[in-house]
Design a protein around this ligand. Structure first.
Ligand code: NAD
Length: 494
């Protein structure tokens, strides 16, 4: 059986005492295993990252920039190879997998501008003969802990900026789909990144515990579910590290009565069911305001019937399987629960049959959902769209703002004034206007509010430069030039 290795100090390491099982979600077969790091293995990787730090932070910005240009070139050339790996371990359809890599490449493109981003500031003559300037320097060894749902993009969110700023990195990917992390590390090596600068430790809680407590790890970037994000934030902060921990979500799409019905229905389908709903920015709740509700539910229902669900490798498939059999059971339980709680199951994805042992489930649409029902309150992370009907715009905003999560939110309307007011009122980190999944482009930063983010800085883009560097301010005074031993040609002052 193929063992997915660690990548430490420029080489693969596959031996381990414990292994995790890696499935192909489209077949249900366990095709690979992954080495799970012991504490000693993680310490070995931290030592490699620490040893590589002095030379990497001293590497010129020009040389670092060239590496990012080469990474971009190689990853672009090998995109379909990486996409095939993503599909085989995560299950998403190939076009989604390629889209994920393209979005991740935005962060590498951002990193090629590192000389501009790391520029400091300078004030001349703040006092007589005194100047002040600031520089940004790396924090040191950075741990990046990533979730299963974007096994290439989320690592690229973190490592692009972390490395550009002169840090060395330990990447701990999800043990459910761990191959892409090694692929990416080897692409960086091929592009000229020195050994030890980017390391991959495969593992679970045992590996994470070491990363959170080791004194040589100075910063932790985490993306995953809210309970784990919150505990990572607390524990890493307790050990003196800076932390950004992005958590779960329950994203609402508010549809005002004047919205373009077809546009809203198309958007709801792609945002709720794309990638089987396993996106932190997936639309999970559709908030239908006023009289549009019946027509909107009907328009979504008719489109659902045309969705093709199948293996991600089949070009006809628009949606693949879920990540594990357990997760499929969990998603199904929410649809069952919704019925018992008094909601109306318009389309029941549990009833769709699949000619495969893969972790497939059909798409579900649940109407007349209310806060207090589990299908509303919990993050489901599957292809289940809930519809909450409200009377007014204000009711919609109250619903969104009362929710514990605040990752993404969208409004669909033709009214610019209403959209502008929504942008002002709504409590979420990323807002879309007639855009259902408002993931910021790589030159802005990504992050939610409330229980979707623990920490201060958002991920990638300008915030990442602040997160992965420490500011230093230098105050300089030089002797009066008229007293110089060199004749500078100053007129003599009596
Ligand atoms: P998860 O929280 O189970 O795992 C994330 C990472 O934490 C993995 O590397 C995992 O190995 C590790 N981990 C799991 N349990 C741990 C523990 N007890 N102690 C230490 N480490 C532990 O998340 P997941 O299921 O892989 O990913 C899905 C979740 O991620 C969803 O909640 C989704 O909303 C969220 N997510 C959020 C964003 C965002 O930007 N806010 C983006 C992607 C995914």
């Amino acid at each position: 059986m193929h063992t997915i290795p660690h990548y430490i100090n420029g080489g693969r390491v596959a031996d381990a005492e414990r292994f995790g099982l890696v499935y192909n979600p489209a077949t249900g077969e366990q095709e690979k295993q992954v080495a799970l790091a012991s504490a000693a293995r993680v310490e070995e990787a931290i030592a490699a990252a620490s040893a590589a730090l002095p030379a990497w932070r001293a590497t010129s910005l020009a040389k670092r920039t060239n590496i990012f240009f080469r990474v971009r070139e190689i990853l672009t050339q090998r995109k379909s190879e990486l996409a095939a790996i993503l599909t085989s371990e995560h299950g998403k359809v190939l076009s989604d997998a390629e889209g994920e890599i393209s979005r991740g490449l935005e962060n590498i493109e951002f990193a090629t501008g590192l000389s501009h981003m790391l520029k400091g500031e300078r004030s001349e003559q703040v006092s007589s003969g005194v100047d002040v300037h600031s520089v940004r320097q790396p924090v040191g060894v950075v741990a990046c802990i990533t979730p299963f749902n974007f096994p290439a993009m989320v690592p690229l969110w973190m490592i692009g900026s972390a490395l550009a700023c002169g840090n060395t990195v330990l990447l701990k990917p999800s043990e459910k789909d761990p191959s892409s992390a090694v692929f990416i590390a080897e692409v960086f090596a091929e592009a000229g990144l020195p050994a030890g600068v980017l390391n991959v430790v495969q593992g679970d809680k045992e590996a994470v515990d070491v990363l959170l407590e080791h004194p040589d790890v100075k910063a932790v970037s985490f993306v995953g579910s809210t309970p784990i994000a919150q505990s990572i934030y607390k524990r890493a902060a307790d050990h003196g590290k800076r932390v950004q921990a992005l958590g779960g979500a329950k994203n609402h799409m508010v549809v005002l009565p004047d919205a373009d019905l077809d546009m809203a229905a198309d958007a709801a389908i792609s945002a709720a069911y794309g990638s089987a709903g396993e996106r932190c920015m997936a639309v999970s709740v559709l908030v239908a305001v006023g009289a549009i509700a019946d027509d909107l539910v009907a328009a979504i229902q008719s489109r659902m019937a045309t969705l093709t669900i199948g293996p991600g490798t089949d070009p006809a498939s628009q949606m693949g399987p879920l990540i594990t059999a357990e997760h499929r059971e969990r998603v199904a339980s929410y649809v069952a629960g919704a019925e018992n709680e008094g909601a109306t199951v318009v389309v029941d994805g549990r009833s769709q049959q699949f000619d495969s042992n893969g972790f497939f489930i059909g798409v579900s649409l649940v109407d007349h959902v209310k806060p207090g029902m589990k299908v509303y309150d919990d993050e489901i992370f599957g292809p289940v769209l809930s519809v909450v009907r409200v009377d007014t715009y204000s009711d919609a905003v109250r619903l969104v703002n009362d929710n514990e999560f605040g990752n993404g939110v969208a409004i669909f309307t033709r009214d610019g004034g209403a959209a502008r007011q929504f942008e002002f009122d709504v409590e979420a980190g990323m807002v879309g206007v007639n855009v259902p999944i408002p993931v910021p482009v790589g030159t802005f930063s990504f992050g939610g509010w409330k229980n979707s983010l623990f920490g201060d800085t958002h991920m990638y883009g300008p915030d990442s430069i602040r997160f992965y560097t420490r500011g230093k301010v230098v105050t300089t005074r030089w002797p009066d030039p008229s007293t110089s031993v060199i004749d500078l040609g100053f007129p003599q002052v009596d």
